[in-house]
Design a protein around this ligand. Structure first.
Ligand SMILES: Cc1ncc(COP(=O)(O)O)c(C=O)c1O
Length: 417
């Protein structure tokens, strides 16, 4: 029984997580979704619980995961091509919907070419590791997503410099110190930061890359992971590139599993870069793609996003998020006041964050509390995410619960098992 020796070691780690409030614990299981009715958006029913919940922690920003047309497109593609790909892409696992989706994604992002991965996490690892040569240094924002951190660990660049969050002056200073020592430099950042809703000054980032490229034989390459940005903000849903007016980022990575409401990841860039990734990226070569049904569904989501309906959804989402932010501030809550539907309510304490999450759940509201190590100590917060399936009535309901909490009227707050 060799595992017997390991169990106490793992027990110690899990106990420590419990003590420090880091344990994620038992997951809720959604057993039913009640469709929207009257003034109410969809309500979620959890296993072992009769209550119905408003979900304020879904990444399906446009509400497309529940969209009838998207579901039908998924069913149609599954009927045509089967439930799964049956193998990796180069062993006849490439279906018509994969090719159509790659074409549509590259044209949506105004890039030459696109490559699909099974998730954005795989896309980040699958893009970064083949781009790091013996002679590459990497510059990465201090608050970059875990996928970027692990992609860098995996590919072991000779030098990695972490610049303070969004600090373009530090980025430039760091790059100066790399001159003459490397052939290639990669700058990598989240687009919109999923824990904060803020985003980098992409114009300055691209200008720095351009200015310093002549000092490196293979240039300075910019990469962003805009998984929470694409389809969620910008007038036409082109995310942080649109919001900052900067479309000349070299490689844009994103997910199909958030605003587009489906599942999977991708990267868009120049033709040669994508051709190189298809031949060298282990996450592409040795791992199944998304199913043909998921690709069919994502195609429909993109069709909706690029229609007048998509513009309408984005405008509704923007207005509803602004309404929520404005009223949270009026209630006296500290928030990170950005323009994205992610609205972090800053609690700045682990125990208080856990308590507020519990209170909101008792009120029928599902939210996510963020604490260390997901966010730095002191930045503990509740991440609210507004989406298009919410109604104004839903947002008012959440605000009312928060108003009561603020006033100390915690009502029926009871200890959960
Ligand atoms: C910035 C960022 N990148 C990547 C991912 C992973 O996306 P996926 O679920 O498609 O792997 C996330 C998900 O939370 C994210 O926030």
């Amino acid at each position: 029984m060799p595992l017997e020796k390991l169990k106490p070691v793992f027990d110690a780690t899990l106990s420590k997580f419990k003590q420090t409030g880091q344990l994620k614990g038992k997951e809720d299981v959604i057993i039913h979704i009640k469709p929207a009715s009257n003034k109410k958006g969809p309500r979620y029913i959890l296993a072992g619980d009769k209550k119905e919940y408003i979900r304020m922690n879904s990444n399906s920003y446009l509400g497309l995961s529940l969209n009838d047309e998207v579901i039908k497109a998924s069913e149609k593609a599954i009927k045509n091509f089967g439930a799964g790909p049956g193998s990796v892409r180069f062993i006849n696992g490439t279906f018509a919907t994969h090719i159509q989706l790659e074409k549509k994604l590259s044209s949506f992002h105004k890039k030459q070419s696109a490559i699909l991965f099974s998730s954005a996490y795989s896309a980040v690892c699958g893009v970064i590791s083949p781009l790091i040569s013996e002679n590459t240094a990497i510059l990465s924002d201090a608050l970059n997503h875990n996928s970027i951190i692990n992609a860098i660990k995996l590919s072991k660049p000779k030098e990695k410099l972490i610049y303070p969050h969004l600090d373009m002056a530090s980025l430039e200073k760091n790059i100066q110190g790399l001159k003459g020592r490397y052939r290639r430099v990669l700058i990598i950042s989240d687009g919109v930061f999923s824990m904060r809703g803020d985003y980098p000054d992409l114009k300055t980032m691209v200008a720095i890359a351009k200015n310093y490229s002549p000092y490196f034989e293979e240039g300075v390459i910019t990469i962003i992971d805009d998984s929470h940005g694409v389809g969620a903000y910008g007038k036409t849903g082109r995310g942080t590139c649109e919001v900052t007016g900067t479309y000349n980022i070299d490689i844009v990575i994103s997910t199909l599993g958030k605003a587009l409401g489906v599942n999977g990841g991708y990267a868009v860039s120049d033709k040669k870069i994508i051709e190189y990734l298809r031949e060298t990226s282990p996450f592409y070569i040795y791992s199944n793609p998304i199913g043909p049904g998921e690709a069919g569904a994502a195609l429909k989501s993109l069709e909706i996003l690029t229609s007048s309906k998509g513009i309408g959804l984005l405008s509704y989402l923007k207005d509803l998020s602004n309404y929520f932010r404005k009223n949270l501030i009026a209630l006296g809550y500290e928030i990170i006041n950005e323009i994205h539907p992610i609205v972090p309510l800053m609690v700045r304490d682990t125990a208080k964050t856990v308590k507020l999450v519990k209170y909101l759940k008792q009120k029928g509201i599902l939210v996510t509390g963020l604490r260390y190590p997901t966010v730095p100590y002191g930045d503990e917060c509740i991440r609210f995410q507004v989406n298009c399936s919410h109604t104004k009535h839903d947002i008012d309901f959440v605000l009312e619960a928060l108003e009561k909490y603020k006033k100390g009227n915690k009502g029926d707050l009871i200890d959960e098992k």
